[in-house]
Design a protein around this ligand. Structure first.
Ligand code: OGA
Ligand code: MN
Length: 291
C-alpha cells in the first residue's frame, strides 16, 4: 500500500546514515495503518522529524504512548522557570547544570535500571542563536569500527551513572530535594551495560557509549576513560551525526536504543522551551546486565 505520509531521508540532503523528515501527517490523528507504517519507518531511520506539528500537551503524551508505556509523561527542558522568569546562566543552579550536562553526547536513562526506549521531543520556544539538538547513529558507528576494535568492544562493559557524568561538571552535590528533583541521581546500585548492544526489534548491533559510561571492568581508569572518549570522538562525526535546527512546533521521536543525542549551546539570555516525553524501555531488552 502507498505510504500515508511523505518521508524524506536525511541522507538525501545531508548524507547521514539515519533520520528522516516526515510531512503530510497529523500526529494527533493517526489511523492504524499510518501508525504501523510510521513505526516501521522509525525502526529503520531511528529518528523521525515532524515539522510544524504544534502538539498540545495531551496530544504529545498520547503520541508518545503509542510507542509504549512512558517513563515520564512530559518534562520541560528549558532555561525558563515555571514562573516564567529566565534562569540565569551564571547562577549555575542544579537545573542549569543538567542543561549543560545535556550538551555532552548521551543516551537517556542508561544510568537507571532500565534504559529508555526513546523520546518524543518538541519545541515550543527556540533561541535565534544555537540550541540545536544533535543525534548520532551508533549502529553505523559500530559498523564502521575495524574488525580488531569490534572484537575488543564486544567483550566489554561499562558502568553508567548520572552522578558520575554530572560530577565532571562540578555537580556532585545535587540533592534529591533541590530544584532539579534528582531524576537519575538516585543512590541505587550503578548499572553495568555492554558496550555493544543488539537492538531488540531490528537485530542490529550498536555502540552503547556516551557521557554516563565509565569504569570498564578489568581496565585501569585512565585506559577506560581514553577508550570511551575515543569511541565517542570516532562515533559522533560525519556521516553519523545530524543537528536539528528547531522551529517552534517541530516534534521529533528518536530511538534511544541506538542513537546518542546532545543539546548544543545557545545564547542563554534567550528563552528555550522544549518538551520531553520519555518512552520506557522494555525490561527484557533494556535492563542493565547487573548493578
Ligand atoms: C533530553 C536532551 C537535548 C536538548 O531532553 O534528554 O538531552 O537539545 N535534550 O535539549
Ligand atoms: Mn537526553
Amino acid at each position: 500500500m502507498a505510504p500515508h505520509f511523505r518521508i524524506e531521508p536525511l541522507d538525501a540532503k545531508f548524507g547521514t546514515t539515519f533520520g528522516a523528515v516526515v510531512s503530510d501527517i497529523e500526529l494527533s490523528a493517526l489511523d492504524e495503518a499510518t501508525w504501523r507504517d510510521l513505526y516501521a519507518a522509525w525502526l529503520k531511520y531511528a529518528l523521525l522529524i515532524f515539522p510544524g506539528q504544534f502538539l498540545k500537551r495531551d496530544q504529545q503524551i498520547a503520541f508518545a504512548k503509542r510507542f509504549g508505556p512512558l517513563e515520564f509523561e512530559m518534562a520541560a527542558i528549558s532555561n525558563v522557570k515555571a514562573d516564567g522568569t529566565l534562569r540565569i546562566e551564571k547562577d549555575n543552579d542544579d537545573v542549569m547544570k543538567i542543561l549543560k550536562g545535556n550538551m555532552g553526547w548521551h543516551a537517556d536513562s542508561t544510568y537507571m535500571p532500565v534504559q529508555a526506549k526513546g523520546a518524543v521531543f518538541s519545541a515550543e520556544e527556540v533561541p535565534t542563536i544555537g540550541g540545536q539538538t544533535g543525534f548520532a547513529d551508533m549502529r553505523a558507528a559500530y559498523d564502521a569500527l575495524d574488525d580488531g576494535l569490534k572484537a575488543k568492544v564486544e567483550s566489554l562493559q561499562a558502568y553508567h551513572s548520572l552522578h558520575y557524568s554530572q560530577s565532571l561538571l562540578g555537580h556532585e552535590t545535587a540533592k534529591s530535594d533541590g530544584e532539579y528533583s534528582g531524576y537519575g541521581l538516585h543512590d541505587g546500585p550503578v548499572p553495568l551495560r555492554p558496550l555493544v548492544k543488539t537492538h531488540p526489534e531490528t537485530g542490529r548491533k550498536s555502540l552503547l557509549i556516551g557521557r554516563h559510561a565509565h569504569n570498564i571492568p578489568g581496565m585501569a581508569p585512565e585506559e577506560s576513560r581514553h577508550l570511551l572518549q575515543g569511541l565517542i570522538d570516532f562515533a559522533c562525526r560525519k556521516p553519523r551525526i545530524y543537528h536539528h535546527d528547531w522551529a517552534p512546533g517541530d516534534a521529533v521521536v528518536w530511538d534511544n536504543r541506538c542513537l546518542l543525542h546532545q543539546a548544543t549551546p545557545w545564547d542563554m539570555t534567550q528563552r528555550r522551551i522544549m518538551w520531553h516525553s520519555r518512552i520506557a524501555g522494555a525490561p527484557q531488552s533494556e535492563a542493565a546486565l547487573a548493578a
